[in-house]
Design a protein around this ligand. Structure first.
Ligand code: ADP
Length: 735
């Protein structure tokens, strides 16, 4: 299929100061957990995107000085020659494909917790971060302002030396220049505080100095939250945002504009649960009215028609993307070649950035299991190694793990039968995306695999999608005729209240009773649900808040008895603030820090987790601190939903293992267990399991992953900027 001519506009060059972007696709700075200390990871991750057609590729935020130290989180750093050397690995890769490399110079002030460097950060005034826990900054005097600006300049020179084409002064997400600009932070009364011009002074002076140092050689960019969404206390686009752009415009070659602050940056990286693509345009669109310089902005743009429309109607010049570039590093190439159906559309569940929020483990992606594995495991998002045998492989279960495994195996050239009792590929995703509020876009995960599998079976006549089949038992699996069997049969919610707090069932909790339900039974809709619903929560992700919202919006009076912290992980995916607002609006009641000791018809007994008698101490034989002797309370309900824990469907696997002696006579070489059937896990990890096994299935013990490459400092090796350790060479599987 040829490219739609209305998308041609996306492939026009854009001059940005002294450099030129080869098209309008631009990967904005985003965290991956590599920084400057894992140069292989950094280089390989940005490299596959450059290969996939992105014209600009940035690092994550990059610290300019040890007093902007974000440990435990991982930022890039440009503190010394070692950082220059390591980041050059990335710029070299990006340049191979004719793309530009950018770096976002960052000073966090009190938002950087200083856990390694232990220096006191500077800021425009003396305050405590609303984002970090208890980090104060010192109010910079005028000498220190000069010093701070000199750190930007020195880092900018190092950036140039590392081969960066685009140098940012980063002010969005409430980092330093914005702290000077915003009256929320800046309470000064000297030349750097008070009036708008004075508050803007730090930012434009810094830009001016950075420009003096590296302008002409590098594009000078700035990232600006044009509206901090606090109203008068912060920056408002029509009042200050446009005025600031006009004032600072002479020092800037490229504007990168977004909205929001740090404490709730989910208003910027909007999860699909609450925001559609382009949700920042109502603010971003003002900026082109006051500058002739190129303007770029993010908004989880995934659809080429929408992107082209945004350019054509003059809202933006460049499509900024972080999440869509992770889900599909080849998004620009696929649009360019008209391969729209091959795009792995970002599902917007924000699991990528949850890793930064957690504190810096490597980034993962639900859609693209190769994200973050480019260097570590040598996984390329678009290339797989050829099959090493003519083994026929049966994959049982077409959920995220099984469908990914089957897809990659077929891409490799294996003959695969993907077998499921359900009519539709997708497994548990089908029910949650159809039923739970705001999760419709998560179904892109299934859609991508469904489309690809249908294409693959057309191409490979011996492969098959055996859907809507009988549940497969061990006899049929043994007789199926496969050389290898992958069991990806998923998991379900416990029906007896077994939970992470007690690791036991709850007496009386039994979802075979009419008034007690599992989440699957709520979705199936074949049990009537009474007016007063109580949800027992021992799950830390989305199920309880989503069900509470669903049931309350259907008119039920919902109470959550919460044992583990409802939706804790949603804090990391930036979904929690708006989710809690939604539950508040719907008057969902939460009984916190409590757990259920038994269930009777129409009522349950519960206790406070920190109540009298709960202390962990020896209480005598048979006395558990988890079932304290405090007075228990009763709570009444009409229906009870158990979100207490899950169990794997590993019965088929266990039966096959028990009959290992029959494998050889049935021509079976090995049997594997992946995804939720191995252990209940997040969507990204189930998908990873499928991809991982498909790539390593020839290994003698493929149930267990091969070791991955680690980037470790080797003691006794003095730093030598001239040496390129061969270990940093990127090698993709199958190349
Ligand atoms: P995961 O997230 O690990 O992929 P899911 O629960 O989403 O797991 O999907 C598991 C899939 O396995 C479901 O579509 C289910 O219908 C299918 N399945 C489970 N047991 C069997 C079986 N014995 N025979 C056929 N299909 C099965």
């Amino acid at each position: 299929m040829a490219r739609d001519p209305q998308h041609d506009i996306l492939f026009e060059e854009v001059p940005v100061g002294p450099k030129t972007l080869k098209n309008r696709f631009y990967q904005t700075p985003h965290c991956i957990g590599a920084g400057s200390s894992q140069p292989g990871f950094q280089a390989a991750h940005r490299s596959v995107k450059a290969e996939g057609g992105w014209a600009g590729l940035n690092t994550e935020y990059c610290s300019i000085h040890p007093s902007s130290d974000d440990v435990m989180r991982i930022s890039a750093r440009l503190w010394d020659e070692g950082d220059v050397h390591n980041l050059r690995a990335m710029t070299d890769e990006v340049h191979k494909y004719g793309s530009l490399a950018g770096v976002e110079l960052w000073y966090g002030g009190p938002h950087a917790p200083q856990m390694e460097g232990r220096q006191t950060p500077l800021g425009p005034s003396h305050y405590n971060s609303e984002f970090e826990i208890g980090t104060y900054c010192k109010e910079a005097d005028e000498d220190e302002i000069q010093l701070l600006q000199s750190w930007y300049v020195e880092a900018a020179k190092r950036a140039r030396d590392a081969g960066f084409d685009i140098v940012y002064v980063y002010g969005a997400h409430s980092y330093m220049p914005l702290q000077f600009l915003s009256p929320y932070y800046n309470k000064r009364t000297d030349a750097y505080g008070g009036s708008f011009e004075n508050r803007a002074r730090f930012w434009y002076e810094t830009l001016e100095k950075v420009r003096e140092a590296v302008g002409g050689e590098c594009t000078i960019a700035t990232r600006f939250a044009v509206d901090s969404l606090y109203g008068e206390e912060g920056i408002e686009v029509e009042r200050d945002g446009m005025k600031f752009v006009e004032l600072v415009d002479p020092f800037v070659d490229l504007w990168d504009v977004n909205i929001g602050d740090l404490a709730e940056w989910g208003e910027d990286a909007g999860p699909s649960r609450f925001y559609r693509q382009g949700h920042q345009l109502p603010w971003q669109k003002y900026i082109k009215q006051v500058t002739g310089k190129p303007v770029l902005g993010v908004g989880r743009f995934t659809d080429a028609t929408k992107m082209a429309e945004v350019i054509r109607n003059g809202q933006l010049d460049i499509i900024g993307a972080a999440r869509p570039s992770i889900a599909d590093p080849f998004l620009p190439k696929k649009i360019e070649e008209g391969r729209y159906e091959d795009i792995r559309t970002c599902i917007g569940n924000n699991v990528c950035l949850s890793r930064w929020e957690i504190g810096g483990p490597p980034m993962v992606c639900s859609q693209n299991a190769t994200a973050g594995e480019e260097f570590r495991r040598g996984w390329h998002p678009e290339r797989v190694p050829e099959a090493e045998s003519d083994d026929a492989i049966l994959v049982v279960g077409a959920g995220p793990a099984g469908s990914e495994c089957a897809r990659v195996l077929m891409e490799r050239g294996y003959v695969v039968h993907l077998y499921d009792q359900d009519e539709k590929i997708g497994g548990h995703l089908n029910a949650i995306t159809e039923n739970l509020p705001g999760l419709a876009e998560w179904s892109y995960h299934r859609d991508y695999r469904e489309t690809q599998l249908q294409k693959l079976v057309k191409k490979q006549k011996d492969s098959q999608l055996a859907l809507g089949a009988n549940p497969l038992d061990a006899d049929s699996a043994l007789n199926y005729g496969a050389d290898k069997i992958v069991v990806a049969t998923g998991s379900s919610w416990n029906t007896d209240g077994t939970n992470a707090l007690t690791h036991e069932p709850i007496p009386g909790a039994d979802a075979s009773l009419p008034h007690i339900l599992t989440p699957e039974q709520v979705f199936a809709g074949n049990k009537s649900i009474g007016k007063r619903v109580t949800i027992l929560n021992a799950d830390t992700y989305y199920m309880t808040p989503s069900l509470a919202e669903l049931l309350a919006s259907r008119g039920h009076e919902v109470t959550v008895l919460d044992g583990v912290g409802m939706g804790t992980y949603m804090e990391f995916t930036l979904e929690l603030p708006n989710q809690l607002r939604r539950l508040h609006e719907l008057e969902v009641e939460v009984i916190p820090e409590s757990w259920c000791s038994r269930v009777e018809e129409g009522r349950l007994e519960y206790y406070n987790l920190y109540g009298e008698g709960s202390k962990r101490e020896y209480k005598g034989p048979g006395q558990s601190p988890r079932a304290p002797n405090q007075s228990h309370q009763w709570h009444e309900f009409d229906s009870l939903v158990l979100v207490t824990g899950k169990h794997s469907h590993n019965d088929l696997y266990r039966r096959l293992k028990a009959r290992k002696s029959e494998w050889e006579s049935n021509g079976i070489k090995d049997v594997y267990l992946i995804g939720d059937a191995l252990a209940p896990k997040m969507l990204a990890d189930a998908t990873f399991d499928g991809q991982r096994l498909a790539r390593e299935i020839e290994q003698p013990n493929a149930q267990w992953p091969l070791p991955f490459r680690r980037e470790v400092a080797v003691h006794g090796h003095p730093f030598n900027p001239e040496s390129t350790r061969p270990d940093y060479k990127i090698v993709y599987q199958g190349d």
